[in-house]
Design a binder for this molecule. Structure first.
Ligand SMILES: O=C(O)C(=O)CO
Length: 325
């Protein structure tokens, strides 16, 4: 019997994915053993890596795996993987696009409404007995007088925009280039979009190109009635500038699912009343996490069956019919 390919699993992979792959592959998982123990014994033979992104797949780790062929990411965002280092070695990177678009869009709309209408705050008010003690919950902001902006009109952004059309509010967007055939107002910079809207939804990809794209200046343009909703990556917003803007009324409020140093969330944010905070749960349902896990499995199986990757990222493109390394 030929030896099963060896796969390294890092970053708290969903156990079901490892269990399914263990039928055909030998899995070495940081869920079960520290990386420092796995590497000396197995690094030379590992040909596949699966990751959930909590642990960085940097140039050093890639260099320490001389036979690595494939990095399969559990998630659409792959900013934790050094794709340039992978590409220079001929290592293919895959992610899990599309299967999570609807879930992300549902969640984003929910977070936006929860933030504007202070739904978690009013829940806490009731539970604390304040309704009986102090009377009605204070009036909140409304979506009715707002224009909504989306920063990043990729696959997820477009599904969010379609959901938002049902709310009958004007919609604008920022992307590097205008998208053909879409009925939304285009802005060529994030600042210009922020100035034009009252709700700014951020779905830009993470990574160096978008690091701190939502800076103090953008928040100033969003203005004192503005609501920021970030479901992208914590790195996309300058967290210190955001805290200052929320504190001094530069913007009205924020709904945040992502943070700069997850799972750590600044105490200053936790203490604010004008924010809704969720622990990076945009895709966190049984339904969608199953689909994401299945796509990781499909990518690994397809690759090692010699069929190439199912969903390679653009930095490591794959030509159909090319030979597997
Ligand atoms: O898919 C991603 O990039 C995520 O952040 C999952 O929640």
């Amino acid at each position: 019997m030929s030896a099963r390919p060896k796969i390294l699993s890092i970053g708290n992979m969903e156990p079901r994915v490892e269990d399914e792959l263990a039928r055909d592959f030998e899995i070495f998982s940081t869920n079960k053993q520290p990386l420092e123990e796995i590497m000396p014994a197995h690094a030379a033979e590992i040909t596949g890596l699966i990751t959930r992104g909590r642990m960085r797949t940097d140039a050093r780790l890639i260099a320490e795996l001389p036979r690595l062929q494939l990095i399969a990411n559990y998630g659409v965002g792959y900013d934790s993987i050094d794709c340039a280092a992978a590409a220079s070695r001929g290592v293919v990177v895959t992610n899990t696009p599309d299967v999570l678009n609807d879930e992300m869009a549902d969640f984003t709309v929910g977070l936006m409404l929860a933030t504007i209408r202070e739904i978690p705050q009013s829940d806490a008010y009731l539970r604390a007995g304040n309704w009986e003690r102090s009377g009605a919950f204070p009036l909140t902001a409304s979506l009715r007088d707002r224009k909504i902006g989306i920063a990043g009109l990729g696959r997820i952004g477009q599904v969010i925009a379609r959901r938002l059309q049902a709310f009958e509010r004007p919609i604008a967007y920022y992307a590097r280039t205008p998208r053909d055939g879409l009925p939304y107002e285009y802005h060529s910079s994030l600042e210009a979009l922020a100035e034009a809207v009252d709700v700014l939804i951020v779905v830009l990809p993470g990574g160096s190109a978008t690091h701190h794209a939502v800076n103090g200046q953008v928040l100033k343009k969003l203005g004192p009635n503005g609501i920021l909703v970030n479901v992208a990556r914590g790195s996309v917003a300058d967290e210190e500038a955001l805290i200052a803007a929320l504190r001094d009324g530069t913007i009205l409020g924020a709904g945040l699912d992502v943070f700069a140093h997850e799972p750590s969330v600044p105490q200053a944010l936790r203490e604010m009343k004008n924010v809704v905070l969720t622990p990076h749960v945009g895709t966190g349902t049984h339904h969608t996490r199953r689909l994401m896990g299945n796509l990781v499995i499909d990518n690994v199986r397809a690759w090692f069956a010699g069929k190439g990757p199912v969903t390679p990222v653009s930095e490591t493109p794959w030509e159909v019919g090319a030979n597997v390394a």
